[in-house]
Write a protein that binds this ligand. Structure first.
Ligand code: OGA
Ligand code: MN
Length: 280
């Protein structure tokens, strides 16, 4: 069931989300036709997995720049020495691993990144473990009942950076700054595909405006459970060294699987700035 684009092949991981892409080397600049095909495959499959890519940091960033300007993470204290590179590092002594819960990246920002590219270069010694789960938020919306969809379309939520960054990671905001906090509709229309999707995530979404606190908590809990307990929404990406995965951060969530302790895993992420606020 491989779809052929003009310049690459896409082998789906599931019928609706995820594809392994072959026939392309990301270390050299893409031709216009290749860039167009990657973008189309990304819109079609949401999560693209590229194997056996040997990339320098510059190559990784240049691949990102083919799709837009690069994002600087509000938590990035630039341990890598490069603000556009986010290190994703877990060792035996890590108190937590980043992304170990269902989330969409940085939705506390007014315009969250449109996509992220995670490049894993060091696998756990066992050579397996540390897979990432991705979930399709178009399908999460489609599976809701019509009355629930209609109600959700009237609602707006708060997405607060303090929830994960202080709540989970115990990292205070830099001196004199606070983490971003912004409002987004519960149901969003994807700016390129025009499809509706569910836009709440347990990583950042703290409350639904206009509802009583108990109502907000209950409705968010129902939606988070819907995402966490519907396996058909998901695909699972098993990594290998030199695999890069490029996901559409506008219509997916992801969850790191930390099953390799006390072994280590290392990768670097580049994210691409979105160009508009999520709108219903
Ligand atoms: C991320 C993230 C998951 C993983 O890089 O945004 O959530 O499996 N990573 O490392
Ligand atoms: Mn993430």
């Amino acid at each position: 069931m491989t779809t052929t684009y003009e310049t690459l092949d896409a082998k789906p991981l599931t019928p609706h989300i995820g594809a392994e892409i072959s026939g392309i080397d990301l270390s050299s600049p893409l031709s216009n036709a290749q860039a167009r095909d990657v973008r189309q495959a990304w819109l079609d499959h949401m999560v693209l997995v590229f194997r056996d890519q040997t990339l320098t940091r510059e190559d990784h960033k240049n691949f990102g720049r083919q799709f837009g300007r690069l994002h600087i993470h509000p938590l990035n204290h630039s341990r890598s020495g490069d603000e556009e590179i986010l290190m994703v590092k877990t060792t035996a002594n890590s108190p937590y691993t980043a992304g170990n819960g269902w989330h969409t990246d940085v939705t506390c920002e007014a315009i969250p990144p449109m996509g992220s590219m995670l490049y894993i270069t060091e696998m756990p010694e066992a050579g397996c473990g540390g897979d990432t789960l991705f979930a399709d938020m178009y399908l999460a919306y489609d599976l809701l009942s019509d009355p629930m969809k209609a109600f959700l379309e009237t609602l707006t939520t708060v997405h607060d950076g303090a929830l994960p960054y202080i709540g989970n990671y115990n990292v205070a905001a830099p001196e004199g700054q606070s983490y971003p906090k912004n409002e987004h509709p519960v149901v969003v229309t994807h700016p390129e595909t025009g499809r509706k999707l569910l836009y709440v995530n347990s990583g950042f979404t703290t409350r639904i405006k206009g509802l009583a606190p108990a109502e907000s908590r209950a409705l968010l809990a129902m939606l988070f459970r819907h995402i966490a307990e519907t396996p058909r929404l998901t695909c699972r990406v098993p990594w290998a060294e030199n695999t890069l995965t490029f996901w559409d951060n506008r219509c997916t969530q992801h969850h790191a699987v930390w099953d390799y302790q006390p072994q280590s895993r290392y990768g670097e992420r580049v994210s691409i700035l979105g160009d508009e606020r999520p709108v219903s």
